[in-house]
Write a protein that binds this ligand. Structure first.
Ligand SMILES: [Zn+2]
Length: 131
C-alpha cells in the first residue's frame, strides 16, 4: 500500500479492520483475541500490516493463516463484509468496519477504500504477481 496522504492511511486502516473481522470469522476466533497494527515502511514508502494474537503468550491462531488458501478465504470474507449496502462508501458503520475497540479511528474507516484495496489484493494473488 503506497503511503501518500491521509487517504492512503485511511485505506490501510480500513483494510486492516476488514481483514481482522474476517480472520476472526474464518478461524472461529474471538475478534478480541486478535489485533493488528500499521507500521510505516520507509523503504517502500508504504504501510506494513502486522496481525497478532492478542492473548498472553499468543494462542497460535495467526499461525493457522500461513497458507495461501487461508489468506484467500479471509480476503474473500473481508470483501463480502465491505460489499454490503450497510452505509455510504465514504464512511463505515458497525455492520462493516467499526467496532468498540477501534472507536478512536472511526473517522478514518471507509468501506469503499477497503473494498477497492481488497479487490486489488485478491486480483494480485490470483494472477500470482509479487510486486
Ligand atoms: Zn457499513
Amino acid at each position: 500500500m503506497k503511503k501518500k496522504d491521509n487517504s492512503e492511511y485511511s485505506q490501510a486502516l480500513s483494510f486492516l479492520y476488514a481483514f481482522l473481522e474476517s480472520i476472526s470469522n474464518a478461524l472461529d476466533v474471538e475478534r478480541n483475541d486478535l489485533d493488528g497494527i500499521l507500521e510505516v515502511n520507509l523503504d517502500k514508502n508504504s504501510y506494513d500490516i502486522l496481525i497478532f494474537d492478542n492473548v498472553p503468550g499468543g494462542a497460535g491462531h495467526i499461525k493457522r493463516l500461513m497458507s495461501k488458501e487461508a489468506i484467500m478465504k479471509c480476503l474473500r470474507g473481508a470483501l463480502k463484509k465491505v460489499s454490503q449496502n450497510c452505509c455510504d462508501e465514504d464512511t463505515s458503520c458497525y455492520n462493516c468496519l467499526r467496532n468498540y475497540y477501534n472507536q478512536t479511528k472511526h473517522s478514518y474507516l471507509k468501506r469503499g477504500l477497503a473494498k477497492e484495496i481488497i479487490n486489488k489484493i485478491i486480483e494480485t494473488i490470483e494472477i500470482g504477481v509479487n510486486e
